[in-house]
Design a protein. Structure first.
Lengths: 470, 956
């Protein structure tokens, strides 16, 4: 296996600094494993699977991120009084800081009806997802702190809008490692390059190995790939070139004396070579039958793009990628809400339902946490004629699979969907809960940097126990 | 709603109760000593004696010196960030003069590449970038002046104390600078304070201001003092002796500094002119010349066009069959078209096409308009007829005030916009609904509406719409929009139909009111309007009722009854679109494109136009560019900040803290700033005071780290209680004190380090050596092999393949200032040195993300040194590497066959290949797996393997 001679280098000393995994090795700046979680695995890699601290309900996460902020009162938060009082002023004070001024209350243009055994009210925007109501755990009173897209995206992804912090996917990778050494542990498909861009999937001060690997973003989804993945020549040629390189590296190592970093770099070329084989296979949707493609909606131009993203998410997840995020947008309807929310929902409704069905059919849903939502909701009050403004004060996200209770509606907003009245879940609480579902104590998952220990939830975060299955 | 905990950094672990006690003796806060170097036989350089002494105490010693080739490759990469050429290596290896090494080092320090390499080194802590990043990734098009200033400061070996002083307070010392260009440079240096990422769309503006202050303060703390001051924003620092009070003392200094040009909805960073008076005058003169030349061109064109228009008119009688009666009836149309032609529309080219069918149809339309429609009947007398494509503009008297406003008009239309159709604009003052500070009267879904966007730079859109189906097709309605302080209302036929709360802010008037269309020529009204009135005051309900009853209300700033009556056709000729629509594009009128029109000009006219255009073009070629600007700060109103309880600006303590510095640094004088000054100058002087225990130590440590991979203090960003203590405290202090004594010369420090025996050791580790007790290389018994950082790697690949463009300075960013970074920033393929490529925050390049580039959003005192598969993917597949390998292959193929392998190794590794390498290369070139690849492809693969090799990608 080892293409280079083993030197009488202190194995232990080497492992205190370096370790192998996807991407090979992370050197001295890195901790081998997070505090409170014992290192394991034959290689001691930062990406080798880490045993969770307490009983994990989920093993992986798929985050369906609706960029722009879908309206909660038009989708999953049914407000009969909003319809009744449409056109009247909000009967209580608006927040001190608002993105823009809005007018009076405005009813939803869409009808709601109860779905499933649980009787969850879902609007006609999401007929297919609504049909799966008994799988959904709907958090009705999520709240953030920033009323602009950039700040809210950063807050949702990293827990901080004003400081540079690791993305939650990077934290999950750091906490749990990967189950497939030939793939990154954190993948983000078609992310937005604005509103924080890379900062939303960066490792910040965590070891670089935990950064999100971007697939696409700024290009059509069917052209999305990983940077520098495609070799110029076919595989035998590159194999020959890698053999040439390995020969030179061995000779150099013999002259240089034992050096684990050099050795790891040699191994990293082999990993790259394997990844070049595995990743395109996944991206090319090889082996997916016609029925699956139809199920997701790949055959329909309206749904094809997001269908591809959802299908990729499943393919990466089932191959052991720990955290997959897919992004869809742009749900920012300051005007033309009726037209554009309608269009956007019709692009994602079928693919999302298909993903849940497919995960269920493959036995993956039980240990895959699916999370849906945007960076904020939208105001129950009208903006302009047919618009709603940004609303971080209360909005809906939902979870499915991964050990959450299906058919549950958790928390509530007031009569108009403006503020939380019970079961409020701050973004920090959401992060704490996601980690808890993965078996990680958010207070224990820390990284020492610049003189102190950092964590995803800063000094806040309460796990929402009520949504977990017994 | 917003919990205080959400703001700022909050430390996690519990504080040690003994922090204060520990701090008192903390090594980094003690004065810098000048220790006596220990006696070590045969070593002269004090630096080496400190290192060797520690090694000896641990039963070890310095490793043997490295060979001459390795040494010059190492020092060249280290000092210039570029690989040593084969020629430079050969020259040095055969140079047996005793001062050969000194000559090499002095040459490298004098190379402009030195400033580029060490400039980049400083830009890491300066969190340099060309875009804002964060929430709104806007272009900072003038940031590069700061970068060029840093490179130049490195090359001129600007004393480091001055280097620090200028970045914190250069604008304040610039005033006393006799040489103007120098004063500008010192102002440019303060770009350091403006460069940070900002949450520009944060709508809680007081919080934004304090967040910016926090970012500046934290960067100053980390970059110069190795302290994490941001921790003290919310509470006394948990680990270091920085009470919250100290934080707000320093914060007051930056709060009294202007870093933002405005705090608009998306706020704007501060910029200041960076031109000398002569430059500014030249730019001004050029602008004036340009204006004149443009005016001359326009006059010539207008004159030539006017001739065309006259031709058009002269052709008219023929088209009108010479019938005087008809001609008379056409006179108003001709006059109107001529007026149009003399405006900005130029001339119609294909004028009256005699008897063409289209022409006669147009003429017939005209006749019909006159005959059947007659004057457009108005609510009273005549009216204006709008087709959606025409409009009217009314000038506003200069005296019109802008805080209250009323539009009133009678309106009739055959139909009104339905659901799903666009809103139609009747009267407005601004180009569109997004422009700040305007009011519009609109129609929407069978109802009247008023639409205002006001609020002092903030997007506050207010709309009031009357009830649906309140407008009847074909009926005259009286519509009024009133903006009064705090209230927007819309009135229909004398009654208030709707109202909304509005911010109390004035409109922004540009001198015109646009009627019948939005000013951008869209969403026009189709129907008639009469008795338009604009008032610069709110009308009362009684006044509105009176108007609706048919009376007039005096005092309007604009008043138009659309009388005397005019034919519909004439109204249609208000503008080019209307005229074309009415008269028919193919018949009577066609406005040609510029080229066709020029071609139609009379020869003499054409020459005049061409000459004027030539003048203008040559002036434009000498364009000195826009007035140069730079990111820079200025003093603002001096303000002492109170402690913000738990860091929340909503919760200030009662007493302001006087502006000041850290109380934990003893023995460094701080002059109390004058009450009107920010205190930045005093802060800067305090930072670079020779007695300051941190500034020199932190700097020397970072320089050491850049040479040896690790600093003497291995937490370069944290010299506080939670940082690591120095491995060689005596050496650190000795270097720091020598550094300040040398006049803070970085070049002298580099020279001392790279000429030392410690630096000159071999990196080779004997296979039997077990690194006793020193797995981390802390005790420096060997030169530590280091992977090239991202910039070095890219520059080295370009240089080795002969592709590197050594042009210096300037900006490569093609973007406009303050615009959003486009989706696909392109300039990264240019073969310039990496330091000159635009740094786009939150976009990252594959090079930076794979090779541990510095995150440009934060002060980075130390980069990661990871090995990840993306690095291998980059070296195997990235276009930059592949193109460079191709370039090398092309060069090698020009050599005769037997020296190709030699030529390649010399170019990439500056040495000849060993026999084993020759053999391996030969075997590869004939490897059957390569199939049908040609020679160039085969050699390119070999070259690429060398570029990817550990020998090439490491300093060793």
């Amino acid at each position: 296996m080892n293409p280079f001679p083993v030197h009488r280098w202190s194995r232990r000393a080497a492992l205190s600094r370096v370790a192998l995994g996807f991407g090979g090795l992370a050197a001295a700046t890195l901790l081998a494993s997070p505090a409170g979680i014992a290192a394991s695995g034959p290689t001691g890699s930062p990406l080798s699977p880490q045993p969770p601290r307490f009983r994990p309900r989920a093993r992986r996460v798929i985050f369906l991120f609706m960029h722009g902020g879908p309206s909660h009162v038009d989708t999953f938060d049914h407000k009969p009084l909003l319809a009744r009082d449409s056109g009247k002023p909000l009967p209580f004070a608006k927040p001190r800081v608002q993105f823009a001024q809005t007018g009076n209350l405005r009813r939803s243009p869409w009808a709601f009806r109860p779905h499933g055994d649980c009787g969850l009210w879902v609007s006609e925007l999401f007929p297919n997802v609504g049909a799966l109501a008994d799988e959904l755990c709907v958090l009705k009173a999520v709240h953030g702190t920033n009323e602009a897209h950039g700040g809210a995206l950063l807050k949702l992804h990293t827990g901080s809008e004003s400081q540079v912090r690791p993305s939650m996917g990077a934290w999950v990778s750091y906490g749990l490692g990967t189950e497939n050494a030939n793939l990154p542990s954190f993948i983000t498909i078609n992310p937005t390059l604005g509103h924080g861009g890379v900062a939303n999937w960066s490792n910040a001060f965590l070891p670089a190995i935990h950064q999100g690997t971007r697939i696409g973003g700024g290009v059509p989804v069917d052209q999305a790939t990983i940077a520098n993945l495609t070799p110029a020549f076919d595989r035998p040629v590159q194999r020959a070139q890698l053999d040439l390189l390995a020969g030179a590296q061995r000779e150099h190592l013999d002259l240089a004396g034992p050096d684990p970093a050099l050795a790891a770099r040699m191994e990293s070329f082999e990993l790259a070579f394997r990844m070049q084989a595995e990743a395109p296979d996944i991206l090319g949707l090889q082996g997916e039958g016609e029925a699956t493609r139809r199920l997701y909606g790949l055959d329909n131009p309206r749904t094809a793009s997001f269908a591809r993203q959802c299908l990729l998410a499943r393919r990466f997840s089932e191959r052991g990628v720990r955290f997959v995020q897919v992004t869809h947008g742009y749900w920012d309807q300051h005007s033309d809400l009726t037209r554009d929310h309608g269009r956007l929902a019709s692009e994602v409704d079928q693919p999302i339902a298909a993903l849940l069905h497919d995960l269920r059919a493959r036995g993956l849903l039980d240990d895959t946490l699916v999370l849906w939502g945007g960076e904020f909701g939208r105001t129950p009050t009208v903006q302009g004629e047919d618009g709603r403004d940004h609303h971080p004060h209360a909005f809906t996200m939902w979870m499915a699979g991964g050990g959450v209770r299906g058919g549950l509606s958790y928390g509530a907003t007031d009569d108009y969907g403006f503020y939380p009245v019970s079961g409020g879940v701050h973004v920090h609480d959401l992060h704490a809960t996601i980690l808890a579902l993965l078996g990680i104590d958010h207070e224990q998952l820390t990284f020492h940097h610049a003189g102190r220990d950092f964590r995803l939830t800063d000094v806040a975060g309460e796990v929402v126990r009520g949504i977990m299955r017994a | 709603m917003i919990p205080a905990r959400a703001i700022g950094i909050v430390a996690l672990a519990c504080a040690s109760a003994a922090t204060g006690v520990l701090a008192a003796g903390h090594w980094a806060f003690q004065p810098i000593r000048h220790p006596q170097p220990p006696e070590v036989p045969s070593l002269h350089e004090p630096l080496d004696r400190f290192v060797a002494h520690v090694l000896r105490q641990r039963g070890s010693q310095l490793a043997p010196p490295t060979d001459r080739r390795s040494w010059i490759r190492r020092v060249t990469m280290d000092l210039t960030g570029l690989p040593a050429t084969a020629e430079a290596v050969a020259a040095f290896v055969s140079d047996d003069r005793p001062d050969a090494r000194e000559r090499v080092v002095d040459g490298l320090l004098a190379d402009v590449a030195y400033g580029e390499r060490w400039g980049r080194w400083w830009l890491d802590v300066a969190r340099y970038a060309d875009t804002n990043g964060q929430d709104e990734n806007k272009v900072m098009a003038h940031a590069w002046r700061y970068r060029d200033w840093v490179v130049e400061a490195m090359n001129t070996d600007m004393p480091f104390d001055r280097f620090v002083l200028d970045q914190v307070a250069g604008d304040l010392v610039a005033a006393g600078e006799p040489e103007e260009a120098e004063a500008i440079r010192r102002r440019v240096a303060t770009g350091f304070l403006v460069l940070g990422p900002k949450l520009l769309a944060e709508q809680d503006k007081p919080k934004l201001v304090l967040d910016i202050v926090d970012e500046q303060l934290d960067t100053v703390g980390r970059a110069f003092m190795g302290l994490t001051l941001g921790c003290a924003r919310c509470h006394d620092h948990k680990y270091d002796p920085v009470p919250q009070r100290d934080y707000y003392a320093v914060a007051g200094v930056f709060r009294s500094t202007r870093s933002m040009e405005n705090l608009a909805f998306v706020s704007k960073f501060n910029e200041r002119p960076a031109a000398t008076r002569r430059q500014a005058e030249a730019i001004e003169r050029h602008a004036a010349d340009l204006k004149q030349a443009e005016a001359r061109l326009k006059a010539a064109t207008t004159e030539a066009d006017a001739a065309l228009a006259r031709d058009w008119r002269d052709a008219l009688p023929a088209a009108l069959s010479g019938d005087a009666r008809v001609e008379a009836r056409f006179a108003p149309m001709v006059a109107r078209v001529e007026k149009l032609c003399s405006g900005t529309h130029g001339a119609p080219l294909r004028a009256l096409q005699g008897n063409s069918r289209a022409a006669s149809e147009a003429l017939k339309r005209w006749e019909d308009a006159l005959a059947s429609e007659g004057p457009v009947p108005g609510w009273r007398g005549g009216a204006a007829q709008f087709h959606g494509t025409n409009r009217l503009e009314h000038a506003l008297p200069r005296a019109a005030t802008s805080s209250s406003w009323t539009y009133a008009a009678w309106v009739q239309a055959p139909s009104f916009p339905k659901k799903g159709e666009t809103r139609r604009w009747l009267v407005s003052t601004a180009p569109n609904e997004w422009a700040d500070g305007h009011l519009a009267l609109v129609l929407d879904r069978d109802r009247p509406g008023a639409y205002a966007n006001i609020g002092g730079g903030r997007e506050k859109v207010v709309a009031a719409f009357g009830p649906k189906s309140s407008l009847q097709p074909g009926r005259w309605h009286h519509l009024v929009a009133v903006l009064a302080p705090g209230r927007l209302s819309v009135w229909l036929d004398g009654k208030e139909a709707a109202s909304a709360t509005a911010p109390d802010a004035p409109l922004r008037l540009d001198g015109t009111v646009v009627v019948g269309q939005r000013a951008d020529r869209h969403v026009g009204f189709e129907g008639r309007m009469d008795a338009l009135r604009v008032f610069d005051r709110p009308l009362s309900a009684a006044e509105i009722a009176r108007m609706a009853a048919g009376d007039d209300v005096p005092g309007a700033v604009v008043s138009d009854d659309f009388d005397p009556t005019s034919p519909a056709g004439l109204r249609a000729l208000e503008d080019r679109e209307g005229a074309e629509r009415f008269l028919g594009k193919d018949g009577l009128l066609e406005w040609p494109d510029d080229n066709a029109r020029k071609a139609a000009h009379a020869p003499a006219d054409r020459q005049r136009v061409a000459a004027a255009a030539q003048d203008l073009a040559s002036l434009q070629q000498r364009d000195p560019g826009p007035l140069p600007l730079a990111l820079a700060v200025a003093d603002d109103v001096a303000t002492n900040l109170p402690v913000m309880v738990r860091g929340s600006h909503l919760n200030p303590a009662r007493d302001p803290v006087p502006r000041g510095v850290l109380s934990c640094i003893p023995g460094v004088p701080f002059e109390t700033p004058p009450s009107s000054a920010s205190g930045r100058l005093q802060l800067a002087r305090w930072l670079v005071h020779p007695a300051h225990p941190l500034t020199a130590r932190v700097l020397v440590n970072r320089v050491w780290q850049a040479h040896f991979g690790e600093g003497l203090v291995r937490t370069p960003e944290n010299f506080g209680l939670r940082g690591e203590p120095p491995t060689h405290p005596d050496l650190l202090d000795w270097l720091a004190s020598e550094f300040t004594a040398s006049g803070w010369s970085l070049k002298a420090l580099h020279r001392r380090i790279v000429l030392s025996a410690t630096y000159g050791q071999t990196s080779v580790r004997a296979a039997q050596e077990e690194a006793p007790g020193d797995p981390d290389g802390r005790w420096l018994g060997r030169y530590p092999r280091q992977r090239l950082d991202a910039e070095m790697l890219r520059d080295a690949i370009l240089a080795a393949s002969g592709r590197l463009d050594r042009a210096t300075g300037g900006t490569l960013a093609p973007w406009k200032n303050d615009e959003y970074v486009p989706a696909d920033p392109t300039p990264f393929a240019l073969p310039r040195r990496t330091v000159y490529l635009p740094v786009v925050r939150d976009r990252g390049t594959d090079l930076e993300s794979a090779f541990d580039g510095a995150n440009p959003s934060v002060c980075v005192a130390r980069r990661g040194t990871t090995v990840v598969a993306q690095q291998a993917l980059y070296l195997l597949n990235a276009p930059l590497v592949r193109e460079s390998a191709d370039a090398l292959a092309a060069q090698v193929l020009r050599l005769s066959a037997e020296v190709r392998c030699d030529g390649l190794y010399q170019r990439v590794l500056a040495r000849a290949p060993r026999p084993s390498e020759r053999d391996r290369t030969q075997r590869f070139l004939s490897d059957e797996r390569l199939g049908t690849l040609n020679d160039a492809q085969r050699w390119s693969l070999v070259a690429q393997a060398l570029l990817a090799s550990n020998e090439f990608t490491h300093r060793e």
